[in-house]
Design a protein around this ligand. Structure first.
Ligand code: R5P
Length: 282
């Protein structure tokens, strides 16, 4: 299978190209001085299946993805699979207020138009998959995260709430670790207790796993309380490390270790999702 990795996804692309059966497409992707993107495929792709890997975040990467898809089609590709490691705008998945743009739907229509199949990874809400007009599948990084957490000393894996408990369950079951989800209980007007539903964290290294870490607020609040409850170590982990507003530094103060996958390339991107994508296209 031929592979084009866009500029958002160089780590994943490099890892995939080290696997048997994947070959790079000769492609030129540049930004003009005015920042507009230019893409040209420099080989005939007639009859070839092509895997395109690129995020839709931030906005310039969406434009780059649309141009890569067009160039690959123009070069004759018979089948195009678009892997979007981090699908930006997924959180605006409906009208929360009257007459808002449904951003996730707009993006899904745009990137699904010129491809035969779309792959996303731990998309915020699975409902977004219905917005694609082409075959679309959401993959999960939770198995590779679970294995990594076990290798790095985690005893148990927690999700930040009941709604996301399946992520912790998948990660933990893969790694053979305990798992649970955190519950919030209002104790009085000013105090909210955050505690695992039933797991006793005393003396344990616990990893909190989330799909996205943005400000870090969700995990920092939980980490502080888990330490008070006797956890020996806290690992903050996620698929998509957005890390807005100095989140990595803030997390480093509350947690012993912060790790994310390479869907967004960050200093914490120690977990590769290349195998998750390669297995889905084999
Ligand atoms: C929420 O629904 C998500 O799964 C994450 O928990 C949330 O995006 C994390 O945001 P923050 O890091 O800003 O607390």
């Amino acid at each position: 299978m031929k592979v084009v990795g866009g500029s958002s996804s160089e780590m994943i692309t490099k890892d995939i190209l080290n696997m048997p059966g994947f070959e790079p497409v000769d492609v030129k992707i540049i930004r003009y001085p005015d920042t507009e993107c230019y893409v040209r495929v420099r080989e005939d792709l007639s009859g070839k299946e092509v895997l395109v890997i690129q995020n839709t975040y931030p906005d310039e990467n969406l434009v780059e993805l649309l141009l890569i898809q067009d160039a690959v089609r123009n070069a004759g590709a018979s089948r195009v699979i678009t892997a979007i490691p981090y699908f930006g705008y997924a959180r605006q998945d409906r009208m929360f207020e009257e007459w808002e743009a449904v951003s996730a739907r707009v993006m899904a229509k745009a990137v699904g138009r010129n491809t035969d199949r779309v792959l996303t990874v731990d998309i915020h809400n699975l409902k977004v998959m219905d917005y694609f007009d082409t075959e679309a599948e959401n993959l999960t990084a939770m198995k590779v995260i679970g294995r990594y957490l076990k290798e790095n000393g985690a005893d148990a894996i927690l999700s930040p709430d009941a709604g996301s408990k399946d992520r912790a369950r998948i990660a933990a079951e893969t790694a053979g670790l305990d798992w649970d989800f955190l519950e919030k209980t209002r104790l009085d007007g000013e105090t909210v207790q955050i505690k695992p539903k039933s797991l006793d964290v005393r003396g344990k290294c616990v990893a909190i796993v989330d799909d996205i870490i943005a400000t870090g607020g969700t995990i920092i609040n939980s980490a502080n309380q888990l330490k008070e409850q006797g956890a020996s170590r806290i690992i903050a982990s996620c698929t998509h490390g957005l890390f807005t507003g100095g989140a990595i530094d803030k997390l480093a103060q509350a947690c012993d270790f912060v790790v994310s996958t390479d869907t967004l390339e960050r200093p914490t991107s120690e977990i590769s999702i290349a195998s998750v994508i390669s297995e889905a296209v084999e």
